[in-house]
Design a protein. Structure first.
Length: 147
């Protein structure tokens, strides 16, 4: 099983009035991770060749993250369906390995000309399967009680 990983350097402008990263920033990091995964899968190109839409996304905030602390976003696939697949993401503070957030996204293979979903091509299924984790590995962890 492969895990796709990117590194994020949070910017000062991504913090909020409390000094921690704003919740919207996490979704930007998750989008970047998915887009880079699509690139690695050779499924990124010009926007007129794009075949993905986001059907659902969520992020569970486990601990606070701060400016100046590099983050690692690890991405796997937890489900491959007929017309969609689900990505799971872990955002980890790189220096300490501390889990910061867990994310999920359901991505649909979509034809923008006909405005309909389409079955995942076999080649894409095979590439996604390289990142597929078991149900146990995909289960979100419970946040610590003292957070």
């Amino acid at each position: 099983m492969k895990t796709h990983t990117i590194t994020v350097n949070p910017r000062f402008c991504e913090t909020d009035a409390f000094g921690h990263l704003s919740n919207i920033s996490y979704f930007i990091y998750l989008e970047e991770a998915r887009t880079r995964l699509f690139d690695e899968l050779s499924y990124v190109g010009r926007t007129d060749e794009w075949h993905f839409i986001l059907a659902s996304t969520k992020c569970d905030f486990i601990r606070q993250a701060f400016f100046g602390r590099r983050l690692r976003v690890e991405t796997n696939v937890s489900r491959i369906g007929n017309k969609s697949f689900q990505c799971i993401h872990r955002i980890v503070e790189e220096e300490t390995g501390t889990l910061i957030a867990l994310g999920e996204a359901v991505v649909v293979h979509f034809n923008f000309h006909t405005q309909t979903s389409e079955p995942l091509p076999d080649e894409l299924r095979a590439r996604l399967a390289e990142y597929l984790v078991s149900t146990e590995q995909a289960a979100p962890c419970n946040p610590p009680k003292n957070v």
